[in-house]
Design a protein around this ligand. Structure first.
Ligand code: NDP
Length: 273
């Protein structure tokens, strides 16, 4: 009989999905690890924290609306999470709770896949938590010329002050030319809308979306139609999950293992190129 303790990892969210369970559990099977990953609907962060301790949870993936609220409950916060001001991954290491932000790594790999240059300039649409992680990733790559457009101008100004970026009014996003366009808003997630005018997409030579979807999002569909180099939100999410997996298990999980589990679960055949 195998009496080795099962390590439990969870994800907490106000509306849990199946992505984490699918890819992490596929990894545990691949590495033959005595681990289990479970997505949980949570309402109160303090209850989650006490459960991590009492149930001896190894790792916790954090989604909306807890990514900022959780910070004050942690013993240590990694530098990238500090830089972004948000934590999406918590590791319990000898009773200490340590917070990480793996979106930065996910964004870094997605941006790199566009074959960007340090001299490229960028327009980011959105000024939320993901936009912050993207700015940190761009700076790690060495891209400095970053412009933000956000519906709420005050929020855009706040982020630009912290990260020394430029800000433009939301209405002007359709008028400017940049090398890279990054959609870091939730536009296109639950609707078929573009975050920018169709005719303006040609003002960019590379397009990245953060929205995770089983099919091409409106902006990716349009970039493909206009033959503009593009990367979907799936690439960011697979790489951020691989980084999370490494934090929980100390092992490297090939993206191909996650992708095949994801395709099987959703009865699709997506390829990440
Ligand atoms: P936040 O809630 O922090 O920010 C949402 C952003 O979207 C804000 O800039 C907001 O603008 C903007 N927005 C929302 N609706 C509209 C609208 N109708 N018109 C214009 N702007 C709008 O969310 P996050 O930054 O955490 O997440 C952003 C997106 O990234 C989500 O869709 C999420 O699913 C996705 N995501 C992808 C990940 C990946 O790995 N690929 C990881 C995590 C999230 P305003 O400030 O004006 O409200």
């Amino acid at each position: 009989m195998n009496d080795k303790k099962t390590e439990i990892c969870i994800s907490i969210s106000s509306s849990p999905g199946t992505f984490g369970e699918t890819v992490h559990n596929a990894g545990y099977k691949y590495h033959k690890l005595n681990y289990l990953y479970k997505a949980i609907k949570a309402k109160k962060i303090d209850k989650v924290i006490s459960s991590i301790h009492t149930l001896d949870i190894k790792g916790c993936s954090v989604s909306m609306p807890f990514k900022e609220k959780i910070i004050k409950h942690l013993d240590k916060v990694d530098k990238l999470a500090k830089d972004t001001g948000a934590v999406n991954t918590v590791l319990k290491d000898q009773n200490l709770l340590i917070g990480y932000n793996t979106y930065v790594y996910g964004a870094y790999r997605a941006i790199k896949s566009l074959k960007v240059k340090k001299s490229n300039d960028v327009l980011i649409l959105g000024a939320g938590g993901v936009a912050r992680a993207i700015i940190v990733a761009l700076k790690k790559i060495g891209i400095k010329n970053i412009t933000i457009a956000n519906r709420d101008l005050k929020r855009a100004k706040r982020i630009c002050k912290s990260f020394k970026c430029n800000v433009i009014k939301w209405e002007n996003r359709n008028l400017i030319k940049r090398d890279i366009l990054i959609n870091a808003t939730s536009i296109g997630m639950k609707n078929n809308r573009l975050p920018i005018r169709k005719e303006s997409i040609i003002n960019f030579s590379k397009v990245m979306d953060v929205i995770v979807s089983l099919k091409d999002t409106p902006i990716i569909k349009e970039a493909k139609k206009q033959k503009i180099r593009n990367v979907s939100g799936l690439v960011m999410t697979f790489f951020q999950a691989s980084s999370q997996y490494k934090i929980y298990t100390n092992k490297e999980l090939p993206i191909s293992i996650m992708l095949s589990a994801y395709n099987k679960k959703n009865k699709i055949n997506i390829r990440l190129s």
